[in-house]
Ligand binder design. Structure first.
Ligand code: A2P
Length: 270
């Protein structure tokens, strides 16, 4: 490498040290960024990886969902900003040209392989829990495996839906999945702390039936439907109880089932 310039990706042994190529801020508490992708970093859509910033001493690492599709030549991440967060207090200030540390072993349960075949795939998210689904809906395989893909995102305010709204709007122009997504993807968004076109927690909307009425589709059927859930711990537990009550069985990489869950890895100040 030329003196004073670094390669887009440097293998430090324990990590890949990657150049940040793009940063977007959506609200005072939400942003996304892209970084150069190590050629040898392979992952399945929906997996997460450890992220950190180099500094003095041992780097602070946090799990982050890989929000970009597995075929992309860059990595994408979607993050909350926490003022006193060990990582995001610094991460929120990154700019193109800065570097992030990326772990070498992507893993996770929100993968298509952990689900049995099924006609409809529901991707239910709150907050930054939409990140793994941003990867999955840009993956051609998801449309090959399922007849319908229904992405839901619930946040407190409409401004916090910007990332998923743009994602959903851009899908139809995607060169790889545009056609399939136009035909098969449904995007449903709701807010809980202000008035919006749709208001209410996804749990309540599912139980009242309003969600299904809105998307114009029948209610959950464990035989043909598959569900992925990503959000806060409370949201996961509530949705899990609803699904299990309907006869859905949790799956894993080792034993595929009819639904899978993963906590959104948001750093919190609590
Ligand atoms: P609410 O405003 O009613 O708490 P957070 O950013 O705190 O993770 O919240 C993101 C969204 O998740 C909010 O809209 C919030 O609704 C919703 N939410 C919080 N807890 C649950 C739950 N147990 N089940 C379903 N949705 C939830």
């Amino acid at each position: 490498a030329t003196a004073g310039r670094s390669a887009p990706v440097i293998d430090t042994g324990a990590f890949f040290d990657c150049e940040v190529t793009q940063v977007r801020h959506y609200t005072g508490t939400l942003f996304s960024f892209r970084a150069a992708r190590p050629q040898s970093l392979r992952f399945r859509a929906g997996e997460f990886v450890m992220i950190g910033l180099a500094g003095d001493g041992k780097p602070v690492l946090r799990a982050y969902s890989l929000a970009g599709p597995s075929w992309d030549d860059a990595l994408e991440f979607y993050s909350i900003k926490v003022e006193d967060g060990a990582l995001t207090s610094r991460l929120q200030h990154i700019r193109p040209g800065d570097r992030v540390l990326v772990g070498k072993k992507p893993t996770g349960t929100l993968v298509l392989d952990a689900l049995l075949p099924g006609r409809r795939l529901f991707l239910l998210s709150t907050g930054t829990g939409v990140a793994p689904f941003a990867s999955i809906v840009r993956e051609p395989e998801v449309y090959a495996r399922h007849e319908q893909v229904i992405l839901t995102h619930t946040c407190c305010t409409s401004a916090e839906l910007a990332y998923s709204r743009e994602l959903a709007a851009g899908l139809k122009d995607d060169p790889l999945v545009g056609e399939a997504a136009s035909e098969k993807l449904h995007y449903f968004a709701s807010v809980t702390r202000e008035d919006g076109p749709q208001t209410g927690r996804i749990t309540d909307l599912i139980q009242s039936g309003l969600f299904f009425r809105h998307i114009g589709q029948p209610r959950f059927d464990p035989e043909h439907d598959r569900v992925m859930i990503c959000g806060s711990l409370a949201m996961l537990e509530d949705l899990k109880a609803i699904l299990e009550g309907l006869g859905f069985a949790e799956g894993s990489n080792a034993r595929p089932g009819s639904f899978v869950v993963e906590k959104a890895f948001s750093e919190t100040s609590r």
